[in-house]
Design a binder for this molecule. Structure first.
Ligand code: ADP
Length: 194
């Protein structure tokens, strides 16, 4: 906030800041993984507004998508209940990871976050899909990317730990859900939580 610093110094401070944020994200992923391995992860199930959460995430990611010239939009089924019971903090983290990946691995086109609900004999089934028009994932890699530290080689140049999807899958399963992916290499991917 010092008005006396030069433009060069301000740029350096921005770099330090971004590096700090990047390191913090890496440390948090490693801590989450350690907690999962120690069996110390707990879910806190409480009612919350799923549509509002999704809206927040789209707003949070809007700048990142805009920087790459990508469209980012939210599509919400009218059958979606206003409030659901789940672990909001873990779901938020899972969605940030999926939308973040979708933006990271897409060079043109768009990313869509889609919320759906369908009535089944066992109750209302919610689905959350994150669809991108990016590089896609080869069939032989689609199961492997949910393993800790797994990254697809060609894309390895992208910074990351390879822990995001492993953590996301653990969170989803702890909340009683499932996650899967369908993809067409060169055309895009769709990660879907039920
Ligand atoms: P990270 O993003 O830190 O590498 P993740 O566990 O989130 O780790 O993802 C693992 C790997 O799965 C990524 O390195 C990438 O190769 C692949 N991947 C994930 N999401 C996508 C996507 N939307 N499109 C293409 N590849 C993806």
């Amino acid at each position: 906030r010092d008005a006396a610093i030069t433009d060069g110094q301000r740029q350096s401070l921005d770099i330090i800041n971004r590096s700090g944020e990047h390191l913090l994200a890496l440390i948090n992923e490693i801590l989450d993984m350690a907690k999962i391995e120690a069996g110390r992860l707990q879910v806190r199930i409480e009612p919350f507004d799923l549509g509002a959460l999704a809206h927040d995430i789209v707003e949070l990611m809007r700048e990142r998508a805009a920087e790459k010239g990508l469209g980012l939009r939210l599509e919400q089924s009218s059958a979606l209940p206003r409030r659901i019971r789940s672990d909001e903090i873990k779901l938020r983290q899972a969605l940030i990871n999926l939308v973040g990946n979708a933006i990271k691995f897409t060079e043109q086109g768009r990313v869509v976050l889609r919320l759906g609900a369908a009535l089944t004999p066992r109750g209302l089934r919610l689905s959350i899909a994150v669809e991108d028009s990016g590089i896609g994932i080869a069939a032989e890699d689609q199961a492997r990317i949910f393993d800790p530290f797994a990254q697809v080689e060609k894309t390895g140049a992208q910074k990351g730990t390879g822990l995001g999807l492993a953590i996301t899958r653990q969170f989803v399963e702890l909340m009683g859900g499932r996650i899967g992916v369908t993809s067409q290499p060169g055309q895009g991917s769709c990660f879907r939580i039920e």
